[in-house]
Design a binder for this molecule. Structure first.
Ligand SMILES: Cc1cc2nc3c(=O)[nH]c(=O)nc-3n(C[C@H](O)[C@H](O)[C@H](O)COP(=O)(O)OP(=O)(O)OC[C@H]3O[C@@H](n4cnc5c(N)ncnc54)[C@H](O)[C@@H]3O)c2cc1C
Ligand SMILES: NC(=O)c1ccc[n+]([C@@H]2O[C@H](COP(=O)([O-])OP(=O)(O)OC[C@H]3O[C@@H](n4cnc5c(N)ncnc54)[C@H](OP(=O)(O)O)[C@@H]3O)[C@@H](O)[C@H]2O)c1
Ligand SMILES: Cc1cc2nc3c(=O)[nH]c(=O)nc-3n(C[C@H](O)[C@H](O)[C@H](O)COP(=O)(O)O)c2cc1C
Length: 686
């Protein structure tokens, strides 16, 4: 069943009243008139003629494309592939934004150093039922790098594998495995997916050969991974009775091909999937085929203060994309061209050289690290993450190009798991927020070949924004509410958030000049209640207001349709009333119209003591308890995951404890049950 509230779906499709044609007929006397008049005959002939013409011309105008049946070349049996290519280690990854995939690639590459052969594998691309056959390969091992999302959910590419694990019973005798979990402690279900996979594989009879690794993205995920890996490989050597080759040399995965005489129509210019997909847009639009949405509105939201908060509207007319309140819009930003140009200058290369990076492993499903052929400029602008501090493996691989031995040593040290090395990486790279350009500027002896750098940098990821509109009111546009990221690092460098700065500079277009944003819609579970008559309590300080602008629009629309709409309570928080009270006019107008039945705003810095949304929740505890306990209210929290969401949840525990007369454990259980019933939902990020 669709997760769209049925009441909403019903109203979105107005039905044609029955018998409409009859009503439109003018009353005539059948006896007086001939059955067909000349005009009737003429019109009849004309209509038939037009229908025939339409069919003929339609056929001519839109020839049905003939697709050649391509032979199925993709191997879905990882076991056969491993056997064919002499591999004994397979590293599966459940990854949304690429980190787990990166770790899987690193582990599979590592295997070579220990005299083994590995391959990274996307569980979505292979038949995971074959896991039970892994024992057919000598000294075999399956490693799982699993990220967690949502409420302890798998990533999209691990969903089928997760379902399979749940549905099957003991089949994995003789399968060796280990798991590295990727998560973030600020989320309630910390590393839930990694923990589940680790436990479930054991239940199914597989043998855990090394302990589960727990990676925390709120702390230092890279360090967690490196530490786990440093202990993992010696343990594997012992387990399989092999010795490390000691070879620490870098192993290239891709070879460079320069194209000196290429038809530029065959060169990727930023497309993510199909070549020329930006010139000829064809639905359906998704992560591989984003829609180029014109920006129709781009305005500053805050009235004062030194920050910049913005409201954007993206036109999706003609895209056939549909969204629901609570969904996310994913946008593909491009990197700052000045940084790209500087990288070209520092490395002394012509950024407009057309190149391909071709996988040396011909068996690999991934032929290139990014769409090829392309230019270095396009790769650095559209495809590669040049702004985040590089991971230790990048430093390790690049170290060989530092002509100063001291620099080489330091770079390798940072990639090691020694306390000294970890501290150096933490300070020089993470705390100083050095991106690759800053590293090249501050280590002048380091001048790597640009193709190797392009091979090592991770892919530039789409950024998500909670949609700040309702499709009932704005079917053809998607609204975004975002705060500009900009900060100065300890080394004095002004650093700008990639997507927010790129969005800020999008000129809202008239027809002559249209700024476009490559985007697609990501469905979420953050949904208004099925019954509009249920009360909703929305808590969204700062940019956390975004989805609630959509919710309020939708409740207003439902009210206009004559639906019974329950209480609509909003808790918003900002710094100063006169500065960053986002959407003040819209919210006050909605309150005046009775769409918002209670508007609570916490101005944190307008008085000496901080006032936050949770303070207002506590002040309204009786009302809240009634709404939740008696009236089946749905609670929604959006915004900061690190502190706000947790503090708000604590406030709810306290209210339930006090007014429900229960213990903290029972209050916790109460919220858990609300979550299970979909009555306590969070859309949070950190
Ligand atoms: C599901 C979801 C929904 C979201 N919805 C919204 C939304 O509605 N509105 C919104 O504004 N954002 C939202 N975000 C966040 C958004 O996706 C981006 O992460 C954010 O806009 C920053 O992107 P950027 O490319 O500009 O910054 P990036 O280039 O990605 O830089 C961000 C990084 O810079 C660093 N950084 C940031 N500030 C500082 C600082 N002061 N000091 C040091 N380092 C710093 C941090 O490492 C941070 O990760 C959402 C995120 C998710 C996952
Ligand atoms: N990853 C990224 O790049 C990125 C980018 C942007 C935002 N974010 C996250 O998104 C969050 C929201 O950003 P924003 O700029 O929209 O919000 P904001 O304006 O900084 O904060 C909104 C309001 O929430 C208050 N607040 C602070 N701590 C709170 C807590 N523990 N509980 C309840 N309220 C609290 C703030 O008060 P005071 O400030 O006065 O304490 C302010 O009044 C940020 O905190 C950040 O975690 C992340
Ligand atoms: C929207 C969002 C939701 C998340 N939910 C969780 C969660 O419930 N539990 C958790 O441990 N980590 C959570 N995380 C953290 C990610 O799992 C972590 O950043 C991980 O490194 C991402 O790996 P990937 O890049 O391979 O997708 C979440 C991250 C985001 C952006």
């Amino acid at each position: 069943m669709s997760d769209i509230p049925q009441s909403v779906v019903y109203y979105s499709r107005p039905m044609k009243p029955r018998g409409q044609t009859k009503q439109k007929q003018t009353p005539t006397s059948e006896e007086d008139d001939p059955l067909f008049s000349n005009l009737d005959l003429f019109l009849f002939t004309l209509i038939i003629g037009l229908i025939v013409y339409w069919f003929m011309s339609r056929k001519k105008a839109e020839p049905i494309p003939e697709f050649k049946k391509m032979p199925m070349t993709r191997e879905t049996s990882f076991i056969e592939k491993m056997k064919k290519t002499g591999r004994n280690i397979v590293v599966f990854y459940g990854s949304q934004t690429g980190t787990a995939e990166e770790f899987a690639n690193r582990l599979s590459k590592d295997a070579q150093r220990y005299g083994m052969k590995g391959m990274a594998a996307d569980p979505e691309e292979y038949d995971m039922c074959e896991l039970s056959r892994l024992s057919e390969i000598d000294n075999s091992l399956a490693i799982f790098c699993m990220a967690t999302y949502g409420e302890g959910d798998p990533t999209d590419n691990a969903q089928d594998f997760y379902d399979w694990l749940q549905e099957h019973d003991g089949e994995l005798d003789g399968v060796n495995y280990t798991v590295f979990a990727l998560g973030n402690k600020t989320y309630e279900h910390y590393n839930a997916m990694g923990v589940y996979v680790d436990k479930r594989l054991e239940e199914l009879g597989a043998k855990r050969v090394f302990d589960l690794g727990m990676g925390d993205d709120d702390g230092n995920l890279e360090e967690d991974f490196v530490t786990w890996r440093e202990q993992f490989w010696p343990a594997m050597c012992e387990h399989f009775g092999v010795e490390a080759s000691g070879e620490d040399s870098s192993i290239r995965q891709y070879e460079l091909k320069e194209h000196n005489d290429i038809n530029m129509n065959k060169v990727y210019t930023g497309e993510l999937g199909r070549l020329k997909s930006f010139d000829i847009q064809k639905p359906p639009f998704d992560s591989k085929n984003p829609f180029l949405a014109p920006v129709t509105v781009n305005r500053k939201l805050n009235k004062a203060g030194d920050r910049y908060l913005m409201h954007l509207e993206l036109d999706i007319t003609g895209s056939k994309m549909r969204y629901d309140s609570g969904d996310h819009v994913a946008v593909y930003p491009t990197n700052d061209t000045t940084i790209v140009t500087k990288l070209g200058q520092v490395l002394g290369v012509d950024l407009d050289t057309v190149i391909s990076l071709n996988n040396l492993d011909e068996e690999s499903n991934k032929k290139h690290p990014f769409p090829c052929p392309t230019t270095y400029r396009t790769a650095l602008t559209h495809y590669l993450d040049i702004m985040h501090p590089p991971r230790t493996n990048v430093l390790y691989e690049l170290a060989q190009y530092a002509t100063d031995i001291k620099d080489q040593e330091n770079m390798r040290k940072m990639a090691s798991s020694s306390p000294e090395g970890k501290a150096l990486y933490q300070s020089f790279v993470l705390e100083d927020h050095r991106n690759i350009l800053a590293i090249l500027e501050d280590i002048p002896s380091l001048r790597p070949p640009i193709d190797h750098l392009c091979e090592l940098l991770p892919r530039l990821q789409a950024r998500y924004y909670s949609i700040a509109s309702s499709s009932k009111v704005h079917p053809n546009s998607i609204h975004v509410c975002a705060v500009l990221v900009e900060y100065t690092t300890r080394t004095g460098r002004l650093t700008k958030g990639v997507a927010t700065n790129w969005l800020k500079n999008k000129v809202a277009g008239d027809n002559g000049h249209k700024s476009i944003v490559p985007m697609y819609i990501r469905k979420s579970q953050f949904r208004l209640p099925f019954k509009a008559s249920n009360p909703v309590i929305m808590i969204g300080p700062g940019t956390g207001i975004a989805p609630f602008i959509g919710f309020v629009q939708e409740r207003g629309w439902l009210k206009e349709q004559g639906k019974e709409v329950g209480e609509t309570v909003l808790y918003f928080g900002c710094r100063h009333k006169n500065e960053d009270y986002l959407y003040q006019e819209e919210l006050e107008e909605a309150e005046k119209k009775g769409v918002i039945t209670q508007l609570n705003v916490a101005f944190s810095r307008d008085q000496e003591q901080k006032v936050y949304v949770q303070h207002l929740l506590r002040a309204n505890k009786e009302d809240l308890w009634r709404q939740i306990h008696k009236d089946n209210a749905h609670i929604y929290i959006c915004g900061d995951a690190r502190n706000m969401a947790r503090d708000v949840q604590t406030a709810f525990y306290e209210i339930i404890e006090e007014l429900g007369g229960v213990t903290r454990a029972q209050a916790t259980d109460y919220i858990k049950k609300l979550m299970t019933k979909g009555r306590y939902s969070q859309d949070v990020w950190s």
